[in-house]
Design a protein around this ligand. Structure first.
Ligand code: SPD
Length: 282
């Protein structure tokens, strides 16, 4: 086993993470799933050589992908997560009392099984609100009969099975699978990695064209390429930056346990974009 995990995102430029040992490795029908014990970040899951999460920094990604969307909706009850097999996004969403049902559609059962075994603190798989469905999210969304209040796209990077999660057609299907005040959040990669720009632009344009309100927001994740990560929130009802949404976040924040990143100030500030990021989506 190498002493380092390296994710190269531009030629020989990339991340280096010190390793203690390899805990799990399996080439599934879809992808290579690996879990390592690291020297600094706890256990880490990688898919096809790309970091998905570590025990130490996963809270940033999962809190930001979840709570921005949940608070943008007046009172979401039914939530669909596409991807998210480690369970971190579902864990955050289920902290909200209004949420009664979470369907998590993860294509690869191995991701769920490996997470339960090697990242046991991340998911809340015993929670009765959660149903795990092993199916392709792109196929699932086309069949939704009973619309959702909130859809969260917690997929992998736009290579391999997750490529379709960056296409306009997919977001059109999501739009149709949402109620009339429905909200969507999605992860949209690093604004520091040029090879991701076409995917970022595609999703931004699709949400802008389909939804009444949409916006990009940012958070800071040390083990993702560039350390800065973009997400997007789109809504048929209230916009994610409206004062009513921020008020709801202020009123609801104290009902949520164990938050380490998200708060109403972060919700507001995260939508302020540096000029170089605005340039990408112009
Ligand atoms: N390069 C990281 C892309 C983020 C993909 N999703 C991570 C899954 C965590 N639930």
């Amino acid at each position: 086993m190498p002493l380092q995990f390296n994710e190269y995102y531009n030629g020989r430029t990339g991340l280096a993470i010190g390793l203690k040992k390899l805990l799990f490795s399996k080439q599934t029908d879809y992808q290579l799933v690996e879990v390592y014990e690291t020297d600094t970040w706890g256990n880490l899951m990688a898919i096809d050589g790309m970091v998905m999460l570590s025990e130490m920094d996963e809270f940033v990604y999962h809190e930001m992908l979840s709570h921005v969307g949940v608070f943008t909706h007046p009172s979401p009850e039914r939530v669909l997560i596409i991807g998210g097999g480690d369970g971190g996004t579902a864990r955050e969403v289920m902290k909200h009392a209004s949420v009664k049902q979470v369907d998590m559609v993860e294509i690869d059962k191995t991701v769920v099984d490996a997470s339960k075994e090697f990242l046991p603190e991340v998911g809340d798989f015993q929670n009765p609100k959660l149903t795990v469905i092993h199916e392709d999210g792109i196929a699932y969304i086309k069949k939704v009969k009973d619309p959702y209040d909130l859809i969260i796209i917690d997929g992998s990077d736009p290579v391999g099975p997750a490529e379709g999660l960056f296409e306009k057609d997919f977001y059109h299907q999501c739009y149709q699978a949402l109620n009339s005040d429905g909200v969507l959040t999605t992860q949209t990669e690093s604004p520091w990695v040029e090879s991701y720009f076409p995917s970022i632009r595609k999703v931004y344009k699709a949400l802008d064209e389909l939804f009444d309100h949409s916006g990009m927001y940012l958070c800071y994740i040390p083990l993702y390429p560039g350390g800065m990560w973009s997400m997007m929130c789109a809504s048929k009802g209230e916009g994610p930056m409206e004062s009513s949404v921020l008020k709801r976040a202020e009123e609801g924040i104290n009902t949520l346990n164990d938050l380490k990143y998200y708060n109403p100030e972060i919700h507001q500030a995260a939508f302020a974009l540096p000029d170089f990021v605005k340039e990408i989506i112009k």
